[in-house]
Design a protein around this ligand. Structure first.
Ligand code: ADP
Ligand code: ASP
Ligand code: MG
Length: 424
C-alpha cells in the first residue's frame, strides 16, 4: 500500500458541491488502495476576506501579527471540518486536524513562518486505523503555542512538508489548472502544459512570479526528494511531474528544451539614485541601510561612471517601496547625490530553462522579440538558467505573449486550455 498526500486549493473547495467533488476524489484514491492524507486551503476568497476584516479592525495601524495570523488561519480550519463531515457522510472514516493538533512546529515569524518540525505520529495512528486524515494547510504553531501562518499560498508547503515527514510516495497538488504551463494560461491561452519540469526550473519560475506552487513548497520537495505533481481538481490527466534534472529528457530527444517557461510579476518597484560619487564603498552606503531595515533587494544595476559620478538603480518588493524611498532620500543627502526617484509601475518578465546553460543567443533572441513590440527594457539580470528584464508594467502581458511566440512555446495541437473561473 502506498501513501499519498493530496492538496486541494481554494477554488477546489469553494463551496459544498466542490468539497463533495474533493471527497469523491479522495475516496477513489482510498479505494484504489492508498493511504491518503488530505491538505486543504481556505475556501476561495476567504483568506482575502479575513485579511480585509483585519485591516478594518486595525484601521490606520498594522494588524497585530499574532492575532492577524490566528484570524487568517481560521479559513483553513473551516474547510477541514466541512470536508471531514462530507467524507463521513459518504461513508469514509476520516479525522481532521489543525496544524497545531498535528503539531506542525514553526518559528515565530508571523505571516511567513517556517516549518521546523512535524510530529507525524498521530497521523500515522489514524492512517493505521483506516482513516483518511484531513489537515489544515497554511497554519502551524510556534513553541509558545501561538498559531502561525506560512505566507500566501502556504498550503502547498504544508502538503510537501507532510509528505516529507511521512515519507509519502507522492505529493499531489490539485488546483484549477491541469498542470504547470509554459506560462500563466490565464494570460496566454495557447500556453502548453509541461509533462515534466525540473526542481531547479520550478524553483526559478515560482520565485519569479508563477504562483502555481509556493516557492517554499518547491524548496522543500527538492531538499527532501518528495515526488511532486500538479494536477487539476476538475478533470483527469497526468498533470505535471516535478523532476530532478536528467530525468527530464523529452521522449525521443536527447536534449533538454531550451526554455521551460516564462514567469512575470508586478510585485516589484524600482528606485534610482542619480549622480552619486563613484568611489569605493558607495554601494554599501546605499544598500547597507536598506538591508538594515530588513528590505530585500532584487535586481541591482550601476551605470558606468561619468565625470566621477554614477547612477545606481535597484528593485524591491512593492510593499517596501515607500520605506525604501525614505531611506534612499536620507542616504542621498549623506552621499551628496543629485537626485532620487522611484517607479512602482514596473513589471519583471523572466525566461527560465536549464537548456540555456548550453545555448548562446537566448538573450539576444529575447531582446529582439521585445523590441519588435516596441517594449523598452529598463533593467536586465541573468543567471545560469534564467534571464529577467524589467519593463513598464503596462507591457508585461504583451511581452509575455511575444516571448511565448518567439521561443515557440505555443501548444501546437491547436487546443486552448480552459481555466476554471478567476483566481483568488
Ligand atoms: P490554488 O488556489 O489551487 O492554490 P493558485 O491560484 O495558487 O491555486 O495557483 C493556480 C494558478 O496559478 C492558476 O490558476 C494560474 O492562473 C496560475 N499560474 C501562474 N503561472 C502558471 C503556470 N506557469 N502554470 C500554471 N498555472 C500558472
Ligand atoms: N489560504 C491561503 C492563501 O489564500 C493559503 C493557501 O491557499 O495556500 O494564501
Ligand atoms: Mg496556491
Amino acid at each position: 500500500m502506498s501513501l499519498v498526500v493530496q492538496k486541494f486549493g481554494g477554488s477546489s473547495v469553494a463551496n459544498i458541491e466542490r468539497i463533495e467533488n474533493v471527497a469523491r476524489k479522495v475516496i477513489a484514491s482510498r479505494e484504489a488502495g492508498h493511504d491518503v492524507v488530505v491538505v486543504v486551503s481556505a475556501m476561495k476568497g476567504e483568506t482575502d476576506r479575513l485579511n480585509e476584516l483585519a485591516y478594518g479592525a486595525a484601521q490606520n495601524t498594522t494588524p497585530r501579527p499574532r492575532e492577524h495570523d490566528l484570524l487568517l488561519s481560521t479559513g483553513e480550519t473551516v474547510t477541514i471540518a466541512l470536508l471531514t463531515m462530507v467524507l463521513e457522510r459518504m461513508g469514509s472514516p476520516a479525522r481532521c486536524l489543525t496544524g497545531a493538533q498535528v503539531r506542525i512546529l514553526t518559528d515565530s515569524a508571523f505571516s511567513k513562518a517556517r516549518i521546523q518540525d512535524i510530529d507525524a505520529e498521530s497521523i500515522r495512528g489514524d492512517l493505521g486505523a483506516g482513516r483518511i486524515v484531513v489537515v489544515a494547510g497554511f497554519q502551524g504553531v510556534d513553541e509558545n503555542g501561538s498559531i502561525t501562518t506560512l505566507g500566501r499560498g502556504g498550503s502547498d508547503t504544508t502538503a510537501v512538508a507532510l509528505a516529507a515527514a511521512l515519507e509519502a510516495d507522492e505529493c499531489q497538488i490539485y488546483t484549477d489548472v491541469d498542470g504547470v504551463y509554459t506560462t500563466d494560461p490565464r494570460v496566454v491561452p495557447t500556453a502548453r502544459r509541461l509533462e515534466q519540469v525540473t526542481f531547479e526550473e520550478m524553483l526559478e519560475l515560482a520565485s519569479l512570479g508563477s504562483k502555481v506552487l509556493q516557492i517554499r513548497a518547491v524548496e522543500f520537495a527538492g531538499k527532501y526528494q518528495v515526488p511532486l505533481r500538479v494536477l487539476s481538481s476538475f478533470q483527469d490527466g497526468p498533470g505535471t511531474l516535478i523532476t530532478t534534472e536528467g530525468q527530464n529528457m523529452q521522449q525521443g530527444s536527447m536534449e533538454e528544451p531550451l526554455i521551460a517557461g516564462i514567469a512575470f510579476t508586478r510585485d516589484e518597484a524600482k528606485l534610482t539614485m542619480i549622480g552619486v560619487p563613484d568611489t569605493p564603498g558607495v554601494a554599501t552606503q546605499i544598500l547597507g541601510p536598506v538591508a538594515d531595515a530588513n528590505i530585500e533587494v532584487d535586481m541591482i544595476v550601476q551605470n558606468i561612471s561619468n565625470d566621477g559620478l554614477t547612477d545606481f538603480t535597484f528593485t524591491v518588493n512593492k510593499t517596501e517601496y515607500d520605506r525604501a524611498l525614505d531611506i534612499l532620500s536620507q542616504q542621498a543627502k549623506v552621499l551628496g547625490a543629485r537626485e532620487v526617484f522611484g517607479d512602482s509601475s514596473i513589471g519583471k518578465l523572466s525566461l527560465v530553462g536549464v537548456g540555456m546553460r548550453s545555448h548562446a543567443g537566448v538573450a539576444s533572441r529575447m531582446f529582439k522579440a521585445l523590441a519588435a513590440e516596441g517594449i523598452n527594457i529598463q533593467m536586465i539580470s541573468t543567471s545560469e538558467i534564467k534571464i529577467s528584464v524589467v519593463t513598464d508594467e503596462k507591457y508585461l502581458e504583451l511581452g509575455t505573449r511575444a516571448l511565448h511566440k518567439a521561443f515557440e512555446l505555443d501548444d501546437r495541437s491547436g487546443k486552448t486550455v480552459s481555466v476554471e473561473g478567476q483566481s483568488d
